[in-house]
Design a protein around this ligand. Structure first.
Ligand code: 0RA
Length: 697
């Protein structure tokens, strides 16, 4: 259930709740309420129940929460808050507890609750009914008003009325639930997922103690026996059960979180900056510390929900940070006139920050809660953080100096990188260079008929040299590995031997002295393998051309080779297939059977299978077909010189695709994406996009 729904319903008191819906919609469309019925949705149930207790803690009514994984897929969440009210609701004539647990959107104020924290006040228990609806068993226990009250449910329906089972001096709520296997694909809670989520929550609510216990391996009766001598809202954590368990308690809140993140780092100033302030109804909390590192990390939360894509609060934070460091630096003569000023990126280097906002009405951008959209957060963070950070710098001049020095360092590095790049691009950087030794040039000096094949790897390069028409075709092998290693910065690549080789071979020079008329080949043909590395190298070359040699693309000089994927021998005849479809067309009636064999052993690379001729003969309707032999090419290196010539290089028979500016533009975008630090998305992206479109034959 979204925070927005909670917030909206929060405007109504218990007696004013007009729309009390049953829980059927939740069971009909669980995804709408918990995101999915997969592993994430399953854990969402725990978060929903936990959030209710956490909200109670944020209101200052509770300082301890315990989450236990029980045998039989049950989860038990205990808090020592006020307890969900159990008194009669004047309109529905049922216990407020029952209303909270069995009706949708029942998040009104109960028992005159005016005191809660603005985010949580009066919004309690909203998600509980959703969890209840999706559980085959739920038990709600409340310790409140001198009694211990209990009600049980199945699939959101109560089994009986709320019952007082004993007296109790305690206060608090215990919810035990067992997810319904009819709803969830797999009911298996993940210990690490739960621990990581709850650790983060412990940091966000300072002073809150959170116990997590894994009692899944323990007999239920042991737990029941042990409880007798304890307080009614009993804590398994106090029972010495010798179970896997962990407790989180961070007095420092976000300051502790920043210190935790920086545990393995070298801070460049001792104090973790911290501010907590409310501006125009927006609660703002920021903690930060700079470390001796190039990376930066800003961790954003809105109403304690992590926002991996940032949003308005982060925009406000970054703007204020840049402005304030510039103002302070200039005012105190730490930034010289000639330095200009810090950019947004300069002040981020080495920064570790947590930004957390609390809003009454929360809006996210897009489908997920990944990005905060609430506009008021931007100004509130900028003001609250800005004022406090200015004071911090003024009160701690030594720390201020360290931070400014760090940003100055980043700024100078940025300027040096730009100067280095400019100097490569400057007049004559490549002048007087001789043609690279790696290049096997062609004989003709007539650029119009000359072609340059860029081939992946020395071995394919060797084959291409043997297979080519040396009169018009030049070969430049590129080593794939180097390009991968040096992918970090394009401008740095211009310093790489391999890229230099390519630029010198083309003859046009680069930057100010670029001259299209000096182009030595009017066809540059990129021939990389049909795999991930090949796609990567192709992207890199296209990006380089897009950024520094756009005129060459516009002139139509760039092509991509299209080697065949299969070689098919039918008796004495040889066919090459450039796609799966084409392979099937060539195979004709034999296709289905071969398809099977291919997919079975495709992982091994080369597949060589023959159709069983005896089986063929059994099928009397079909004429006896010839012996069939099929080979899948994974790379150019698998072909011999003759095959490479016939299929990929011979102008009369080959297929090549001309690269247009939009292809290069796309490559440029992909290149930017590939620079991200996460490997799996990069890899899958390349794999998904490794095929070409629009073939010119
Ligand atoms: C409504 C009103 C009050 C507390 C709660 C709900 C409440 C809900 C949950 C759910 C889990 N733990 C909870 N603890 C409290 C306040 C009633 C009052 O004013 O005393």
């Amino acid at each position: 259930m979204g925070q927005k729904d909670k917030a909206e319903k929060g405007k109504y008191g218990a007696n004013e709740i007009s729309v009390l819906e049953g829980l059927e919609p939740v069971r009909r469309r669980p995804g709408m309420y918990i995101g999915s019925t997969g592993i994430e949705g399953l854990h969402h149930l725990v978060w929903e129940i936990f959030d209710n207790s956490r909200d109670e803690a944020m209101g200052g009514f509770c300082d301890r929460i315990e989450v236990t994984l029980l045998p039989g897929n049950r989860v038990r969440v205990v808090d020592n808050g006020r307890g969900i009210p159990v008194d009669m609701h004047s309109k529905t004539k049922v216990s407020a507890l029952e209303t909270v647990m069995t009706t949708l959107h029942a998040g009104g104020k109960f028992g005159g609750d005016e005191s809660g924290y603005k985010v949580s006040g009066g919004l309690h228990g909203v998600g509980a009914s959703v969890v209840n609806a999706l559980s085959i068993y739920t038990r709600a226990e409340v310790h409140r008003d001198g009694g211990h009250y209990v009600q049980e449910y199945s699939q959101g329906k109560k089994k009986a009325a709320v019952k007082k089972i004993s007296s109790s001096k305690a206060n608090g709520t215990i919810i035990t639930f067992e997810p319904d296997q009819e709803i969830f694909k797999q009911v298996k809670f993940d210990w690490n997922t739960i621990v990581n989520h709850l650790r983060q929550q412990a940091y966000l609510v300072k002073g809150l103690r959170i116990h997590i216990i894994d009692a899944r391996e323990m007999g239920e009766q042991v737990l029941t026996k042990k409880k007798t001598d304890l307080d009614d809202t009993y804590w398994f954590a106090d029972l010495n059960l010798e179970l896997p368990s962990t407790t989180f308690y961070f007095e420092g809140g976000l300051v502790s979180l920043v210190s935790f993140y920086n545990k393995l780092q070298k801070p460049i100033h001792p104090t973790v900056f911290y501010v907590e302030k409310e501006i125009d109804d927006v609660g703002v909390e920021v903690a930060l510390q700079y470390v001796d590192d190039m990376q930066s990390r800003i961790v954003p939360f809105a109403n304690n929900i992590y926002n991996p894509e940032g949003g308005t609060h982060i925009t406000g934070f970054k703007t204020a940070l840049t402005r304030i460091l510039n103002t302070y630096g200039k005012k105190n003569n730490l930034i010289k006139e000639a330095d200009g000023g810090f950019t947004g990126d300069d002040v981020l280097e080495g920064l570790m920050a947590v930004v957390s906002v609390k809003l009454r009405e929360i809006q996210f951008e897009g489908q997920t809660k990944g990005k905060l959209g609430s506009t008021e957060a931007q100004g509130a963070v900028a003001t609250a953080f800005g004022d406090a950070f200015t004071s911090f710098l003024e009160e701690n001049p030594d720390e201020a100096k360290s931070i400014i020095s760090k940003s100055l360092l980043a700024m100078r590095a940025r300027k040096a990188a730009k100067a280095a790049k400019d100097s490569v691009l400057r007049k004559g950087a490549l002048e007087g260079m001789t043609l690279p030794g790696k290049l096997a040039d062609c004989q003709t000096k007539d650029a119009e008929s000359a072609e340059l094949f860029i081939v992946e790897g020395d071995s394919a390069g060797g084959t291409a040299k043997m297979g080519r028409d040396r009169k018009t075709q030049a070969i430049l092998p590129l080593r794939g590995k180097i390009l991968n290693v040096e992918r970090a910065r394009l401008d740095r690549m211009l310093g790489s031997e391999q890229i230099k080789n390519l630029v010198i071979a083309m003859g046009t020079s680069i930057g100010d002295t670029f001259d299209l008329s000096k182009m030595r080949y009017h066809k540059i043909i990129i021939a990389t393998d049909a795999d991930v590395d090949g796609a990567h190298i192709r992207t890199l070359i296209l990006t380089l051309l897009y950024r520094y040699f756009r005129q060459i693309i516009d002139a139509g000089f760039i092509y991509i080779a299209q080697p065949p994927l299969f070689k098919i021998k039918k008796g004495k005849e040889i066919f090459y297939a450039y796609s799966d479809d084409e392979r099937d067309r060539i195979l004709g009636a034999d296709a289905p059977r071969l398809e099977e064999m291919l997919t079975e052993s495709a992982e091994e690379g080369t597949v060589e299978e023959e159709v069983n001729e005896e089986e063929e003969e059994k099928d009397s309707k079909k004429p006896k077909s010839a012996k069939i032999h099929i080979q899948r090419y994974k790379g150019l290196g698998e072909m011999n010189a003759e095959e490479l010539w016939e299929t990929t290089m011979d102008p009369a028979r080959r297929i090549i695709k001309q690269v247009g500016i939009t292809d290069a533009e796309d490559a440029n975008k992909v290149f930017d994406m590939l620079m991200g630090s996460e490997v799996p998305p990069r890899k899958s992206f390349i794999q998904a996009n490794a095929k070409y479109a629009n073939l010119d034959i």
